[in-house]
Write a protein that binds this ligand. Structure first.
Ligand code: FES
Length: 211
């Protein structure tokens, strides 16, 4: 048997948390936002994708089993159904990422414009390999497919922004800027996506209830 293969007996698979036994972490504002999002759809189930973004924000950038269980509870779905959706889409984080995700596009246009050189530069600069997180928890380095901004290649996404026409010099400046910042983090991205889906009236109403 290959020593590197991790085996687990089917009967020993970790059980999902029981929603009624977990400490719920959605803030009062998040609950109001979820109610507003649900009101945009004919039923609760249809709000599953935005609800998962909300959970990703509320749980610090990662959909833990508890986060999935809380969404299942609040949308009155099964854990398996919510987990199935969360694990289908790569934009939902199932493991803890760094505060910032550096997502370098390596698709055709970006590759031709040097994205692999930039990736190697980042690996060396940060002391990590692709897919890893720096020991201080600040940066996770990943590669992604086309970000639909090919005319400005090479492109990378950092949270809620695209960094365009990247170079080694721009990369240095970006990393320095991020080190002392709360902008463009994984939770900011989740917050931005939630906010895009709330109407102006939703936001005004929720804000007024917290005055
Ligand atoms: S190939 Fe990189 S944005 Fe399209």
């Amino acid at each position: 048997m290959d020593r590197n293969v991790e085996l687990i007996r089917i009967t020993e698979r970790p059980k999902p948390p029981r929603p009624e036994e977990i400490p719920l972490r959605f803030s009062e504002t998040a609950v109001q936002e979820l109610d507003a999002l649900v009101s945009h759809y004919p039923d609760k189930k249809s709000a599953l994708l935005p609800a998962l973004w909300l959970a990703q924000r509320e749980y610090g950038g990662v959909l833990t089993p508890e986060a999935i269980a809380e969404v299942a509870l609040r949308l009155e779905r099964s854990y398996a159904e919510v987990e199935g959706v969360a694990t289908f889409y790569t934009m939902y984080n199932k493991q803890q990422m760094g505060k910032f995700m550096l997502e370098v596009c390596t698709n055709l246009s970006c590759m031709l414009c040097g994205s692999y050189r930039l990736l190697e530069y980042l690996e060396e600069k940060l002391g990590i390999r692709l897919g890893e997180t720096t020991p201080d928890g600040l940066f996770t380095l990943t590669e992604v497919e086309c970000l639909n901004n090919c005319g400005d290649a090479p492109v990378m996404q950092v949270g809620d922004v695209y960094c365009r026409k990247m170079s080694v010099e721009k990369m240095d400046a970006l990393i320095d800027q991020l080190r002392g910042s709360d902008e463009h983090s994984v939770t900011r991205l989740a917050d931005a996506i939630v906010n895009i889906q709330l109407s102006a009236a939703d936001k005004a109403r929720i804000a007024s209830e917290h005055e």
